[in-house]
Design a protein around this ligand. Structure first.
Ligand code: ZN
Length: 301
């Protein structure tokens, strides 16, 4: 039935919710498809749609799934939208329709379905149907993927794998690429660099510690608009606080979250003559990152 989710969907049908007559109709439509008689399958779905009720919902859903499978995306979407607009509320098919659209990459329409289903949920969480978790999670997942800040409703949903991955990816990017944000540059100090690099080498924009600090020095020297403040990170504090990432609702919050993971120390740049280098080497700045030749080999970007 559903491309790529055939087995799980078939299991869902047989497991519960669907009575024997409905399951029988769905099975015979599928049997016709298997022997390349789509017109017979379509006749069954159309019959189901005419019957209305739960049977009609499944008719819309199956017909749309078939149309998507043969590349008639617009027709399929029209079917799914009429499922949503023209019929009584029936949460389960709406959720499946949303997931179908999501799988096909039509995130905007999918979000419409998830949001509509969420808006029909009862106010008291105790009275929620079993699919409530999934529609909440779906709405949350899509809003994150589309860059829409999450709201309170979304935070009730379970965090999805892809959203979680997205946040991690963005966070790793924030910590790997040295950049001045609001006058501050967060970086791994010498003492933590090795460890951080072992954990997140793919995200850190350098292959050696020396290259990493040369890059930062270059960013600092070429930064216009006031002297940046340096904020050393600590891997340990980072590891301890990072679980709270699930609460992050937007990219702006992610930036703030990333800076909360630091231990709050700041380092002036450039250090005064004779003072230890900002990078944490313990050597004087002018003999370390501040050397006149220190930037050789540090290409911007
Ligand atoms: Zn240094």
């Amino acid at each position: 039935m559903f491309l790529g989710m055939k087995d799980s969907m078939a299991d869902e049908l047989r497991a519960h919710r669907i009575d024997d007559r409905l399951a029988g109709l769905l099975d015979s439509a599928q049997a016709h498809l298997q022997v390349h008689q789509p017109e017979r399958a379509i006749a069954i779905w159309e019959e189901m749609i005419r019957a209305g009720g739960e049977e009609g919902d499944w008719g819309f859903l199956e017909y749309a799934d078939h149309l998507l499978g043969i590349g008639k995306g617009e027709e399929a979407t029209a079917h799914l939208v009429s499922l949503m607009l023209g019929r009584r509320f029936s949460g389960e098919p709406w959720r499946l329709a949303a997931e179908l659209l999501e799988e096909r990459g039509d995130l905007e329409t999918a979000l419409l379905f998830f949001s509509a289903a969420v808006s029909h949920l009862p106010r008291a969480r105790s009275g929620e149907p079993p699919w409530a978790r999934q529609v909440r999670a779906g709405r949350r997942r899509l809003r994150w993927a589309m860059g829409i800040p999450l709201d309170d409703n979304d935070l009730l949903g379970d965090i999805g794998v892809s959203e979680s991955d997205d946040k991690w990816f963005d966070l790793l990017r924030l910590m790997g690429e040295p950049e001045v944000v609001e006058g501050r540059l967060h970086f791994w100090p010498r003492g933590d660099f090795e460890y951080a690099w072992r954990l997140w080498s793919a995200q850190i924009a350098a292959t050696t510690a020396d290259e990493y600090y040369r890059k930062i020095e270059l960013v600092l020297r070429t930064h216009g608009g006031g002297r940046p403040v340096l904020v050393p990170r600590g891997v340990r504090g980072w590891m301890a606080g990072v679980d709270a990432i699930n609460e992050v609702r937007s990219m702006g919050e992610l930036r703030a979250f990333a800076s909360r993971l630091d231990d709050g120390r700041t380092v002036e740049w450039p250090p005064e003559r004779g003072q230890p280098c900002w990078c944490g080497s313990g050597t004087a700045y002018e003999e370390c990152c501040g050397q006149s030749g220190a930037l050789v080999g540090a290409a911007p970007g």
